[in-house]
Design a protein around this ligand. Structure first.
Ligand code: PMP
Length: 286
């Protein structure tokens, strides 16, 4: 059975959903997105994703889609009609189509394109990788300088994933000026003793919604948090490492550039944070 997707005000079977070849997200990567996870049929951290979407739109002087205030209802309707228990809702807004190709932004009467679709992921929170941990490689960060805006320019992160695969690993941590920025699609952390270390917020990384929640839960659980730069060498010497994202929650990292981190199995801090995150997020889900 085909999915029902949402395009500019209409719920349609996926095969009938169409956008223009002149859409600026297609021609210029002139679009922003959000991914919200669904557990037990409910949305995790919806408000955080809504607020970040609004910020991404503002930073790019992109109009809000007309349906902006209905986004919660649209998410819920897609979850309902597609019968999603565990999965993801993908949302993309682009600057729309002016019916031609031009570097300059089109006039205000060109309306943004709004697309949403679901991805069914049964057992999303019981991923086998969370029990074994993942392996990462380090690569140079070659993305643009406004990584705080969640744009659909995902070519370099895709290349990073392929480099990781070619090396027999799961993901890549990107490095700029000797310091880890983040994973290809997640925020990166190391743990030393009782201290969780992760890069401070700036334009260099995406301000992860999961990151904000996890750091809050860590502090509530009396763990120490240091938001600062760290290197690949420091990470290799760490007791633990992990990544966070809306689709993987808290995911332990057990190997970096072929070197084992800690005992080579998911550490107690990452394991505990994953449990707390899942429990608290399920309680607050909408
Ligand atoms: N950094 C990057 C580069 C990402 O693509 C993502 C996930 N989209 C994240 C961090 C994690 O953000 P969130 O917790 O909001 O999913």
């Amino acid at each position: 059975m085909s999915r029902t997707v949402y395009v500019n005000g209409e719920y349609l079977p996926e095969e009938d959903a169409k956008i223009s070849i002149f859409d600026r997200s297609f021609l210029m990567a002139d679009g922003v997105y959000e991914v919200t996870s669904v557990l037990d049929g409910k949305l995790i951290d919806f408000e955080g994703h809504r607020v970040r979407l609004e910020r991404s739109l503002n930073e790019l002087d992109m109009q809000k889609p007309e349906a902006f205030d209905d986004l919660l209802d649209i998410h819920r309707e897609l979850v309902r009609v597609n019968d999603i228990t565990d999965g993801l809702v993908y949302l993309q807004v682009s600057r729309g189509s002016a019916g031609d190709r031009d570097f300059a932004y089109p006039s205000e009467d060109v309306k943004p394109t709004l697309v949403l679709f679901t991805q069914n992921k049964p057992g999303l929170a019981d991923s086998p990788a969370a029990k074994t941990g993942i392996k990462v490689i380090s690569i140079e960060d070659q993305r643009w300088g406004r990584r705080d805006i969640k744009t659909v320019q995902l070519l370099y992160p895709s290349m990073g994933k392929m480099m990781a695969k070619a090396a027999g690993c799961d993901d890549a941590w990107m490095v700029e000026d000797g310091h880890v920025t983040e994973g290809t699609s997640n925020n990166a952390y190391i743990v030393k003793g009782n201290t969780i270390i992760t890069r401070q917020l700036s334009n260099d990384i995406l301000h992860g919604i999961t990151r904000a929640a996890v750091l809050r839960f860590a502090e509530e659980a009396q763990m120490q948090v240091e938001e600062r730069l760290f290197t690949i060498d420091e990470a290799k010497q760490a007791d633990e490492a992990f990544v966070t994202s809306a689709s993987t929650f808290v995911m332990p990292v057990v190997e970096l550039d072929g070197e084992t981190i800690g005992a080579g199995t998911p550490g107690s801090v990452a394991t505990r944070l994953r449990e707390i995150y899942l429990e608290e997020s399920r309680k607050a889900a909408v």
